[in-house]
Design a protein around this ligand. Structure first.
Ligand code: HEC
Ligand code: HEC
Length: 252
């Protein structure tokens, strides 16, 4: 079909208008994606597209009620854990892959905590926030034979978690460098009895549960004592040592 000069002009103009609409739609889309990816809100006083800064701050404080090393602590310290692992675990708690069994009381408690997270944006924000915090020191609570623990660790754990407990994302194995002794030991016992890592879609949990089968209590304590003292969090002095009067240097 042949078009007259006038018709060609009109068609060209329409194409131009379409192109502009198309381009501005793309620019809008890209800027929306950028905004929602911009998780660093520390220096950003403007309201975020999906959540207000104050709401996010109060959400963090709710997590810190249970996740700090203060006296009334009920959950593990998660400061400085890897972002991918935090996201992974929060998704497990949200979907009920972890934390749905009332018999596992502490996990169940966190299942309640996870309901405070309303959407994926908040979830990613929280994981990012905790991942960026400096690790907190911990009181040493588990005693064991360090030499035996080392041997056991190198035989049974380092293939997935790395020689220095640095973790290996390729096999979903988290770093063990932030774990406090009491929580570390508790989780090992839960993996061993099947209180954690039982859900059919919890592949990482199942791998770890299989790796914990039939470890004796003695070996568990040794491996935890070794890990925490070798590559674990810095040691925090206990309150008893902090507040009791210093020993006099004078001889009696
Ligand atoms: C009522 C107390 C409580 C609140 C509130 C709470 N948690 Fe927890 N959380 C726990 C406990 C207890 C555990 C340990 C579960 C276990 O023993 O298996 C836990 C475990 C976790 C873990 C898994 C850690 C690991 O090493 O596998 C993550 C991640 C976590 N919480 C993040 C959060 C975030 C983020 C918030 C805020 C929305 C939050 N929690 C609110 C009690 C709480
Ligand atoms: C086959 C690989 C594999 C081996 C071997 C293995 N792990 Fe794991 N481990 C994992 C995976 C995967 C996870 C993550 C589980 C999850 O997603 O809930 C994990 C999780 C853990 C956790 C929980 C961390 C947390 O923050 O809650 C601890 C503690 C742990 N492993 C210690 C050990 C120790 C100690 C050994 C040796 C006795 C060991 N693992 C051997 C793969 C392994």
């Amino acid at each position: 079909m042949r078009l007259s000069l006038e018709e060609k002009k009109v068609k060209g103009k329409m194409n131009y208008v379409r192109l502009r609409i198309f381009l501005s739609f793309y620019i809008l889309l890209i800027s929306l994606i950028f905004q929602s990816c911009n998780l660093d809100v520390k220096n950003n006083d403007k309201p975020l597209p999906l959540a207000k800064k104050e709401n996010l701050d109060s959400l963090i404080s709710e997590c810190l009620v249970c996740h700090s090393n203060k006296e009334a602590q009920r959950g593990p310290v998660i400061h400085g854990m890897e972002r991918w692992y935090l996201i992974d675990q929060l998704e497990k708690f949200k979907s009920g892959v972890r934390g749905k069994r009332p018999s596992n009381r502490s996990e169940y408690l966190m299942g309640v905590g996870a309901r405070k997270i309303e959407n994926d944006y908040q979830l990613a924000f929280l994981a990012n926030w905790f991942a960026e915090q400096n690790p907190l020191p911990a009181i040493r609570t588990v005693q064991g034979n360090i030499e035996e623990g080392k041997e056991f660790y190198l035989q049974r754990c380092s293939s997935c978690h790395g020689e220095n407990g640095q973790g290996n994302r390729l096999v979903n194995a988290p770093s063990l460098q932030r774990l406090e002794g009491w929580y570390f030991l508790e989780q090992m016992r839960k993996f061993r009895t099947g209180e954690r890592g039982y859900h059919p879609s919890d592949l990482g949990g199942q791998a770890m549960a299989a790796a914990s089968k039939e470890i004796s209590d003695r070996n568990l304590k040794n491996v935890v004592a070794y890990s925490v003292s070798t590559f674990g969090p810095k040691e925090e002095i206990s309150n008893r040592e902090k507040y009791s009067p210093k020993k006099s240097k004078k001889p009696f």
